[in-house]
Design a binder for this molecule. Sequence first.
Ligand SMILES: C[S@@+](CC[C@H](N)C(=O)[O-])C[C@H]1O[C@@H](n2cnc3c(N)ncnc32)[C@H](O)[C@@H]1O
Length: 252
Amino acid sequence: MQTRDWTTEATAIAARAHEWVDRLRNKPFINNNGMALDTAFYLYYWVSELAPQMIVESGTWRGFSTWAMREAAPDAKIVSLDPIFALGYCLDATKIGTGYWPADLERMGTDFSCCGFEFMVKPKPSLVLFDDHQNKIHRLQQAIQKGFQHIIFDDNLPGEATHLTFFHYLRDPSIKAWMEQVIERFEIFPPLWDTQAGMRNEIFVPGLNIPRDPALACLDTTGQARSGYSWLTYVKVKDSAFAAHHHNAAAS
Ligand SMILES: C[S@@+](CC[C@H](N)C(=O)[O-])C[C@H]1O[C@@H](n2cnc3c(N)ncnc32)[C@H](O)[C@@H]1O
C-alpha cells in the first residue's frame, strides 16, 4: 500500500488552503457535529485532484461535506445517503438547522450496502466518501463490490473511535494481508500544523507546518476541546482487485 510524500506538496497545499478560505466566505452555514473547516479542506484538496464525475456520500448530516465537494467538483453528480433523509419527518428541523441540500442532489435514506450501484454504469472517475461512522472494512468491501475505485474515509482514528477504523483492522494479520492485496494507495492527509487530535485530543499528530498566516487561522482547530483533525484517508483500489471482482460479477 503506497502512500505519498506530503512534504513535497506543502507549498501547493498552502496555496490551496488560501483558495479554500476564500471559498469559505460563501459557506452555506456554520457546521456542527460534522466536518470541521480543516478536514473539509483536505476533502476539497483531494476531490479537486481526483476530479470525479460522480460522488456518492454516505453520512451527509447537514451537507457541509457535500458543499465542500461541490466547490471542488462543480459538475459532478452527487448522491447523498443518510438515514436522516428517511427519518427526517420525525426529527426536529429546528434542531437540525439549515442544510445544503440543492435540488440536483439525489438524497436517499438507504444504506450504501443496500444501494444497487453495482448495476449502474458509473462515469469515471467515481468517488465514494464515507463519513458515516460505520466499521471501515465493510465499507471498503462494499465499495469494491459496487465498482468504486476511489474512496475517502473520514474518522480513520488510530485510537478510540465510535467504530472500527483501519488502524484497528491492520492489527489483524489476515485482514492486513487482504488490504495489501486490494489497496494500491493508502494516504492519510496530515494536519496543516502539529496538533492534538482524537476523541479527547489525546494523540499528537505531526503536521506539515506550512507558514502561519492570520488568513488561515480558521483552519487551525488545535485549540478546540476536540480538534477538527480526523485522519481523512484516501484509498485507491488496485486495478487487479477491481477488475477481478467485476469479471467474476459479470461471469456469475
Ligand atoms: C459526522 S456526521 C456526517 C457529517 C457530514 N459529512 C458533514 O460534513 O457535516 C455522520 C452522519 O452519518 C449518518 N449515518 C449514520 N449511520 C449511517 C449509515 N448507515 N449510512 C449513512 N449515514 C449514516 C448520521 O445520520 C450522521 O448524519
